[in-house]
Design a protein around this ligand. Structure first.
Ligand SMILES: *C1O[C@H](CO)[C@@H](O)[C@H](O)[C@H]1NC(C)=O
Ligand SMILES: *[C@@H]1O[C@H](CO)[C@@H](O)[C@H](O)[C@H]1NC(C)=O
Ligand SMILES: *[C@@H]1O[C@H](CO)[C@@H](O)[C@H](O)[C@H]1NC(C)=O
Ligand SMILES: *[C@@H]1O[C@H](CO)[C@@H](O)[C@H](O)[C@H]1NC(C)=O
Ligand SMILES: *[C@@H]1O[C@H](CO)[C@@H](O)[C@H](O)[C@H]1NC(C)=O
Ligand SMILES: *[C@@H]1O[C@H](CO)[C@@H](O)[C@H](O)[C@H]1NC(C)=O
Ligand SMILES: *[C@@H]1O[C@H](CO)[C@@H](O)[C@H](O)[C@H]1NC(C)=O
Length: 478
């Protein structure tokens, strides 16, 4: 439960802030909303003025190249996209489909002050749409994970989802780690103090860093600083943080930004955390003005009595290799882990039905992660897409088997809640294997996400007995 004192208005909102670790996550990503990936809406992107090319660095195929090409109209063009790609009707459709959680991919540029406009360009105004969407989700009882999906300096080469398709990866540097921590301080503050953010229970530090840890220097230190930044903001808010106490002087107890400012000089925080908090203060003041949150941020009693901490979230340890750090080492309070699994890009299983089923039914990622203390683990991205032309009959099984595998962990979040249906996507050919709502419509997903068409779908692929294999063989032939 959290209590917000806004002036004379006392509002009490029920929020199960800390994810209890038991309830399963049945979720979807709100992809291509606040970080637009043109491949998911090819016609819509062309209509906006974007371009299509085989190598995304060679044309207008990302938000930054779009913003650079259309400096005068980019904000209005994107406002229209934000307004229409994810709507209240979508929230109703997700509710009807039993979805209880969403993962919201965000760019660093949603905190506009972090963009260095001398050489970076991104659309402005996304935060207003994020607030509106989170409020709808809260009202619908759907919880949200804020996913820092596109990092300052770009965290991985050659991808539309980083907002800037480039081979020049600059995220793993002190300057950009710092910007990501400031982003974290701002988002943590809003998650606790802006009632529209009431659906948020977790923040993910970084989506899909480079897998080869030798190319992500000091990522382990960043992980530590990420947790420390979230907990530092929470300590100022009066939320219990293990082994730490902070006296917030009465003189600032009605002005959160002032209290945060004062906390920056507290030596209980490392210099890097102090400086991230300090840089977040003026940004919060600005956001307060822009979104009429001044009362909440600067003129309300903010100390919490019973608010629970956010769940910090990282890609799991097994995402990386080559002497990588273990995010479990830096946990301080509730923390969860994220793994992504796609078969269509290759490298997971041979491109045929049997190999896919054998692989997913034997998946050991949950146990492997648990052995590294990376629990709870959710599968924050997965899909029905395949390297071969899948039949409808296979997709029923493929959906069931993946849901079964991922539910052995904390649950799953499908990529994506929807994709475009147009001539450029051959009607629903793209949506059939990438859109959850289309998959529900086509019957691949059960109406209740906790259910399966066939709970025994994996029995033939896990060698408990030769009898079960035969039983399945009959079913395939049938
Ligand atoms: C998975 O199941 C198959 C079929 O029963 C079995 O042959 C195999 O050894 C199992 N393990 C792995 C890792 O594939
Ligand atoms: C994209 O990334 C490159 C390489 O880091 C950088 O030089 C360029 O300024 C970035 N572009 C934008 C528009 O942010
Ligand atoms: C709250 O504190 C901030 C940071 O010190 C300051 O800029 C702002 O004026 C204060 N607001 C009020 C309403 O006192
Ligand atoms: C492994 O990483 C740690 C911490 O980042 C570092 O101190 C150590 O030198 C690395 N070891 C090797 C063999 O690269
Ligand atoms: C898959 O279907 C498409 C469209 O019908 C066809 O062009 C393609 O050759 C098929 N691919 C395979 C591997 O069968
Ligand atoms: C798709 O193409 C057909 C035939 O060219 C055309 O009649 C129809 O209007 C197009 N639909 C859309 C949504 O563009
Ligand atoms: C499955 O089969 C493999 C090899 O055929 C075997 O090593 C393994 O122990 C079997 N697993 C179970 C659970 O029977």
């Amino acid at each position: 439960m959290r209590i917000l004192l806004a002036g004379l208005v006392l509002s009490i909102t029920l929020v199960t802030r800390a994810w209890d670790g038991n309830s399963k996550i049945y979720g979807v990503n709100l992809g291509s909303w606040l970080v637009l990936e043109p491949w998911m809406l090819p016609q819509g992107w062309l209509d906006m003025g974007g371009q299509s090319c085989a190598v995304c660095s060679t044309c207008i195929a990302t938000e930054s190249s779009f913003a650079k090409a259309y400096p005068d109209t980019v904000d209005a063009t994107f406002a229209k996209h934000w307004d229409t790609w994810f709507t209240k009707d979508d929230v109703e459709a997700l509710t009807a489909a039993g979805i209880n959680t969403v993962r919201v991919p965000l760019g660093y540029w949603i905190v506009e002050a972090l963009v260095d406009r001398s050489h970076e360009s991104y659309p402005r105004g996304g935060l207003g749409y994020l607030r509106r969407g989170l409020k709808w989700l809260k009202d619908a009882g759907i919880e949200a994970i804020l996913d820092h999906h596109a990092l300052p300096g770009v965290q991985t080469p050659g991808q539309m989802f980083t907002g800037n398709c480039t081979s020049d990866v600059q995220f793993y540097t002190p300057y950009n780690y710092h910007r990501a921590l400031v982003w974290t301080a701002v988002m943590t503050t809003l998650s606790h103090l802006d009632s529209d953010f009431g659906s948020v229970f977790s923040i993910e530090a970084i989506n899909e860093p480079i897998m080869d840890a030798s190319k992500t220097p000091n990522y382990g230190t960043f992980q530590k600083n990420f947790v420390a930044t979230v907990r530092a903001v929470e300590l100022v808010l009066g939320i219990d943080v293990p082994f730490m106490t902070l006296d917030v002087s009465a003189s600032v107890s009605n002005n959160f930004t002032a209290a945060l400012s004062a906390a920056c000089s507290s030596t209980i925080f490392t210099p890097e955390v102090q400086s991230a908090l300090a840089d977040a203060v003026p940004i919060l003041v600005e956001i307060g003005v822009q979104y009429e949150l001044q009362t909440v941020l600067e003129a309300s009693s903010f100390r919490k009595q019973s608010n629970s901490p956010l769940t910090t979230n990282f890609m799991d340890m097994n995402w990386q290799y080559n002497n990588n750090s273990n995010p479990a080492d830096v946990a301080d309070g509730p923390q969860a882990y994220d793994n992504h699994l796609y078969y269509n890009f290759g490298g997971v299983a041979d491109p045929n039905e049997k190999a896919y089923m054998t692989s997913i039914c034997n998946l050991t990622r949950v146990q492997n992660d648990a052995a590294q203390h990376n629990s709870p683990l959710w599968f924050g991205e997965w899909g029905l897409s395949t390297q071969f032309n899948a039949t409808d009959e296979f997709l029923y099984q493929w959906a069931d088997a993946q849901k079964l595998a991922y539910s052995k962990g904390a649950g799953w979040l499908y990529w994506n809640f929807k994709t475009e249906i147009s001539n450029l996507t051959n009607g629903n050919a793209l949506a059939r294997q990438w859109s959850y709502l289309e998959g529900v419509k086509l019957g691949f997903f059960t109406k209740d996400p906790s259910q399966l068409h066939d709970p025994d779908v994996c029995v033939p692929y896990t060698n408990h007995s030769t009898e079960s294999r035969r039983a399945h063989h009959r079913r395939l032939i049938h």
